[in-house]
Design a protein around this ligand. Sequence first.
Ligand SMILES: Cc1cc2nc3c(=O)[nH]c(=O)nc-3n(C[C@H](O)[C@H](O)[C@H](O)COP(=O)(O)OP(=O)(O)OC[C@H]3O[C@@H](n4cnc5c(N)ncnc54)[C@H](O)[C@@H]3O)c2cc1C
Ligand code: SF4
Length: 599
Amino acid sequence: MPFVTADTQRSDYDVIVVGSGAGGGQSAYSLTMDGARVLMLEAGRNYSAGESSMFRTPDLAPLRGASTPDKPFGFFDATVDGGWSVPGEPYGRASEADAGRFEWWRARMLGGRTNHWGRISLRNGPYDFKPYTRDGLGFDWPIGYDDVAPYYDKVEMLIGVYGSNEGLENTPNSPTGVLLPPPTPLVSDHLIAQRAKRLGIPAIPGHRAVLTRALDHKRVPALLHPGNARAQQILAEDMRERSPCLWATPCGHGCSVRANYQSTTVHLPPALKSGNLDIITDAMVHEVTVGRNGRATGVNFIDRLSGKERHATGRVVVLAASACESARILLNSKSAQHPDGLGNSSGKVGRYLMDTVGSRVSGQIPLLENLPPLNEDGADGHALYVPWWQYREQLAGKLGFARGYHIEFGGGKRMPGVGTGGGIEWLTGGSYGRKFKEDVRRYYGSFVGFDGRGEMIPNERSFCEIDPGVKDKWGIPVLRFHWQWSDHERRQAAHMQTTFGEIIDAMGGRIPHPLKTDGAEAIAPGGSIIHEVGGAIMGSDPKASVTNRWGQTWDVDNLFINDGGVFASNADKNPTLTIMALAWRASDHILERLRRKEL
Ligand SMILES: Cc1cc2nc3c(=O)[nH]c(=O)nc-3n(C[C@H](O)[C@H](O)[C@H](O)COP(=O)(O)OP(=O)(O)OC[C@H]3O[C@@H](n4cnc5c(N)ncnc54)[C@H](O)[C@@H]3O)c2cc1C
Ligand code: SF4
């Protein structure tokens, strides 16, 4: 069972999975390795990491690989289709002003955004599942850290995540033997860690889904698939084919040696080898169909190549089209039984949309000037990071905002591209010819950047709905976004700026622009950090949430949401590892109920 078409698909699938990114890939893997017959429907085109331009240098690209509107992350970016806008697939927003603007990044390709993502893979901590209990804001999840921890272990072992166990507050350790060793930090990382420590700010090894050494194909498959010899064999063979990282090529181009996690290189190959997965690409799902008994029967989709309407049938439907796309499918699945859309008896589909709070400061550090090139310079970032460190001050009410942020930072001598050496007039006063070349060499590698990644509290004013007047090129109604930050997020962004300024100061550095101490100016627009979650939140009360603790919709027993839509809060930790852990957990639940013939 491999890639099929609408005409060659079967009629007896156990599960239809919509979307092939982190949530869809993990669902397909977990379900098929344990014997379920799955049809995956992906709106984008087929893609294999063999297409990756990881070894191609910027001089080989038009405009030397510079960012363009259709390739915002540069010509060789692994996002072969999609971006901040998708031709023929518009979306609306209630406000264009920075404060109320929502930006939506979509990848239309097999594997979705996982072909390009930053691979930063942090676990939510125990506090992150019970935020309301701690400070009375937002919502508690109906599950706690202990429910998800076994699945974090499994996902980390499957995809390969490097990191260390530091035992810091709300920054969970992984069990011994789960994480891969962290890479050598860059010189700039060492300096940042040393100077931040003087300010009481801890920098520790980051966690990233990149193989610092070969996966243990003899030990891990048996831990992940106990009692399932066939799954163990498939996984062991697949793990042997993944190479450790070369530390020399930009991960955003995709990784053809399979050294980092992409759904296309990690989840889908073994799932296809199981013989239980069929995939239809270019299949734009727009509706979940429901029988007279109120149960989901399958999905309707547009075959993007022919433009024709098609149907797929399954006993269970899993939506993993990304948080907002899944909400869109639910809202568009209207019927006499479900006039406001499917799974929406609570009126909460599309509600409580969240992104990550983001703010950035860059600086120039004289101590890092004129350094010789070092082996570590090729590494693609996140060797170290700063987890949120001010829980006590926050609890004591000293900060003026709720919830924390972590700091991602970077420096070093990445491969020069167009723009390298530009914009240094604030340091040189303007230079030309030989002096300019000397200046570029002097300053190359002496810049550091700090990105805050903070928790947003869900609010009533940030949501998506169906735009009553606009349809995409297939005739499918599109989303319209509403967005508002609260003072908590704005103050947090201002705090980030001050902190980054202090660290740069402690490094003896300088910054090109004044810090943005007004949070409204400091905060990045909604959606722009590309960590959007919510819109189908899980809860304990069917009137206040869309799904239960398994991601199963309250209204339709055999309909599950296996992407970030179910997040009841959006901790500072980047969401994708949690999306995968929850998708595996939900898949185990589906398998169990399929076995018991309850679905
Ligand atoms: C530049 C960048 C950097 C990032 N860095 C990080 C990071 O370091 N750490 C982290 O945790 N997260 C990061 N993210 C976010 C991460 O990529 C997402 O959280 C993750 O991919 C979400 O997984 P998903 O399966 O929900 O959605 P996606 O990966 O977007 O996959 C959804 C898939 O569904 C398909 N689809 C959509 N609609 C339909 C439809 N109607 N019918 C059929 N198929 C459909 C899409 O084409 C897509 O392939 C980053 C994202 C970007 C873009
Ligand atoms: S740096 Fe490593 S993980 Fe990233 S693309 Fe290169 S080999 Fe792959």
